[in-house]
Structures are given as C-alpha cells and as structure tokens.
Design a binder for this molecule. Structure first.
Ligand code: SF4
Length: 486
C-alpha cells in the first residue's frame, strides 16, 4: 500500500493550520502511522538497551542538565567568549537577530564568494529560518547531503522528525523518488542499492562544490570550537573538502567548557539514535592553513531565543540538545507523525518551542497537543520539564483569549461559563445531570455508545466514541442502596 503523505506539508508556523486540523490526514492514514510506529519502536528499543547499560544514567542526566543550565545562566558572556576564541582562530562570527537577517547574511556571504551552488549538512536551524527556498530564489542551488534530507529534497517533502527527518517515508517510496529524480529506472528497493544511488549522486557534489553550510550540535565557549555529530560521514565530507564553511547555530547551543562534551556526547548519542557513541563526531576551531575550509563563518541566530531566556519557567526549553527522545516517547506524536506540528520542530519539544519562537502569536494550538502524561520529561536527557512548560504556555493562551471579544461566541468558552454556574450549587449540578441524561438518550445508540455529537461535542466523536450515560448516577445508586439496607 502506498503512503498518502500530504503533498507539500506546511512547516511554516505562520501558515500552518491548527494542530487538530493538521493532524487529521495523518490520523486517517494507517500506513503512515504504521511507518512512524515501526520506526519509533526500533529507536526506542535501541535507546532502552544502551541507557540500561549506564548504571549512572540518572547522574549523567543531572550533570547534562546542570551544564546546560549553567550555559544559559550566563549565555551572553559565554557567547562573547566563543566569538573571541573563534575569531582568534581565524573564524568570523556574525550575529543575526531574526530569521530574515540570518538568511541575508548567509546569502551575502555566498555572493561574496561568487557561489552558485552549496552543499549542506542537516541543520534544523536552517529549516527554521526557511533558508533553502531563500537561497534558491537568490540564485544559489542547494544540495542536501544527509541521506534523509536528500530523500525529502528530491521528494519535495518536509522533515517529520528531528533526528530521522524522513521517518514517515518507507523504502519503496524512497526507491520511487530516487528512480524518478536520479533517472534510475531499474533501481531496486534494497537498502544497499538505495545507499549506493545516494552515494553516487553525492560524491560528485562533494568534490565539485567549494562552499558548505552546516549547523552545530554544540559551540564551545572555552575554545571557540564547533561540534557536529552525525551518522553518515556526509558532515565530515562537508567539513573537510570545501574551501568555505558557513555554520548557522542558535545562540543556545553554547557549552562553557570543552570537558562538558564528555557528558553531552554520552547522553546525546544514547538518547538520539540508541548508540553508545555517534559514528562521526567532528570538532573544528577556526581555520587551519592547508587543512579544511580556509574561510569559516559562524552565524549566531537569536530569532526569539532571548525572549524565551528571559522567562523563568520557559527558559528550560533552551536546554534542548535536539535528541528527539521526547517525540519518540510521545503517544501523541506516535499517532500524528511530525507534519501535524506545522514546524520543523515536531513532538513535545516542538509543542513548547515553536509557539515561543513565534512570541506566542502563532502555533497556539501546539501546547494542547499533549496528554501531559510526562513520558517526555522522563526520557529527556537534560531534564526539561516539558509538561510544566506546556501548562505555562496553555495559561498564556487562555489569558490572551480572555482579552478577545470573540470569546463570547466560542462554544468552549460559553460551555465553561455554564459549567461554572452549574458547579456552584449541588442542586443545579444534579438537575443538569438529570437533564443531560435525558438529552444524551437522543444520541445513544442501541449498543450503548454515542457515535456522533453536534457542535463542540463533535470534536470528541470525530475521532472516538463515547459511552452513553448510565440510567442512574452514583449518588442515586448510593442513596437507593441506603434505603434498601433499611
Ligand atoms: S526536549 Fe529533551 S528529549 Fe526532547 S529533543 Fe530536547 S533534549 Fe531531547
């Protein structure tokens, strides 16, 4: 069966539909849910195995959390230290207040270098600022080099997971995309054949294109170094072969000391891919004559991060090291996949990060895309209390709605007002129960279930059935029981 992923999923929080609406096509697509569920089961099992090996796992989590908290607690000073060390080593640091400024800085750098093509290492931050379409419109052809990103780029698709961006695509779809876009009519869906096709496609680009763009997993303040971890070696190629390297990184990526990597690399690899160590961990500092890129730029992106930093509860969002463990553990993500979140950051971290990056003006349905079960908090290697942030963001959404005139016409608001009135007196509550039971009988079918409700109740019944109300309330049963006993 072919997967009906929605064509051109909208991953722009300014344009994406609300989460419940965006999730519907995924919920109605059993094959997509099967793909996502299978991939997550594999990653979860690997993670559980390597985490169980570490008897000090909880200590490692505490250490990682403390390191990230320390970095954020003195972020300005650590960023300045990073800038001075990187500059002293021959790099150049640029500061971008928002997405537009970052895009323009990068395009200007590419124009200075007369670059018409660029190779890229997977970077969620570049997707956050919609870099690829901007560069293409500016006359620069972009070639992704991560296997999953190639699949998405050639398939005209968008990422649905932070670590495994093409998680929603199955092997036969990959074969179809490669056969069509690479002109390989006889390509099989054997994994080795697919990898070989990608390798052939890429090898020429690595050798021919002299300019690369990448992200950073960490920036080290103490040394001015940039750290990239990856599994395929494409990042290593991008970091060694081109003459010009441009790194785009969020300002929160900084770590105070080189030694902090000892902890961070242990928790990142185990949480992200269920490995003890990433296959490729590349570190570089500025420019080394005759070795690797000879011109090196770092673009430090704010894009809303400073305002998150200023808020006490929400600040912990910036501790994130993008391992994706929270989305792998999330029962909501498992059902909807990543595109429903309308952002490059899906799952629980996306549910708290995206609305905040939008200054709470967009993506307001995302804090509700959670059952608050706490599974994300339990697995997070840097101990971000995601449910706590979700509740804080929900309260902000409610406070914003309270100030809107339109709320008087919102069935949810009116329903809550009525409930508030009824719950104030026991007799009102019991009367409402009686009337409600009579009303619900209209919708209760012979099997005892309600399959359809009008208005706001329909939001429940469009995805699940509701058991009809019993003929007797608990209070009535208890009172009758007392009489029988006499
Ligand atoms: S919130 Fe925690 S678990 Fe989720 S991606 Fe970030 S670091 Fe990983």
């Amino acid at each position: 069966m072919s997967v009906e992923a929605p064509a051109h999923p909208i991953l722009d929080p300014l344009l994406a539909p609300p989460f419940p609406q965006a999730a519907l096509p995924m919920l109605r697509n059993p094959q997509l849910r099967k793909n996502v569920g299978h991939a997550i089961d594999v990653i979860q099992a690997k993670r559980a195995k390597v985490v169980a090996e570490k008897t000090d796992w909880q200590d490692l989590r505490s250490a990682a959390s403390a390191i990230r908290a320390q970095a954020l607690g003195n972020l300005g000073a650590y960023l300045e230290q990073f800038e001075s060390k990187c500059t002293a080593a021959g790099g150049k640091v640029h500061w971008a207040a928002d997405a537009a400024e970052a895009r323009q800085i990068i395009l200007d750098l590419l124009r200075e270098e007369r670059a018409s093509e660029v190779i890229k290492i997977k970077t969620m931050t570049s997707a956050e600022i919609q870099l690829n379409p901007f560069l293409e419109a500016g006359g620069v052809k972009v070639f992704e080099t991560d296997l999953a990103e190639i699949i998405l780029q050639l398939g005209d698709d968008e990422p649905s997971h932070i670590v495994v961006p093409a998680l929603h695509v199955n092997r036969s779809q990959v074969r179809e995309i490669f056969a069509r876009r690479m002109g390989l009519a006889n390509l099989s869906d054997d994994p080795q054949a697919l990898t070989a096709a990608a390798r052939n496609y890429l090898r020429r680009k690595f050798l021919d294109v002299p300019t690369a763009i990448g992200g950073a997993n960490f920036l080290i303040a103490e040394t001015g170094s940039v750290v990239v971890v990856e599994s395929e070696g494409n990042g290593r190629m991008c970091l060694t072969l081109p003459r010009i390297m441009i790194t785009l990184a969020g300002i929160e990526k900084v770590l105070p000391r080189f030694q902090d990597l000892e902890v961070m690399l242990q928790v990142l690899a185990r949480s992200a891919t269920g490995e003890r160590m990433n296959p490729y961990t590349s570190l570089w500092t500025g420019v080394t004559p005759g070795d690797g890129p000879q011109r090196f730029h770092v673009v430090l992106l704010d894009n809303g991060r400073s305002s998150i930093l200023a808020r006490k509860t929400e600040r912990q969002t910036l501790k994130c090291i993008r391992c994706a463990a929270c989305m792998n553990a999330c029962p909501v993500y498992r059902q909807t996949g990543g595109h429903a979140y309308g952002s490059v950051y899906p799952g629980p971290i996306g549910a708290i990060l995206t609305p905040q990056l939008m200054q709470m003006h967009h993506a307001q349905s995302l804090p509700y895309a959670s059952s608050l079960c706490g599974a994300c908090y339990e697995v997070c290697p840097v101990k971000i209390n995601i449910p706590e942030v979700l509740l804080e963001l929900r309260s902000q959404v409610v406070n914003q709605e309270r100030r809107q005139i339109g709320r008087f016409f919102d069935p949810m608001y009116l329903g809550m007002k009525v409930a508030n009135f009824l719950f104030q007196k026991a007799w009102r509550f019991h009367l409402a129960q009686r009337l409600g039971r009579i009303g619900m009988r209209l919708f209760t079918k012979k099997d005892g279930w309600i399959h359809w409700l009008p208005s706001i109740g329909g939001k429940w019944t469009q995805t699940r059935d509701l058991r009809g109300l019993s003929k007797q309330t608990f209070h009535e049963w208890w009172a009758a029981r007392g009489k029988d006993a006499k």
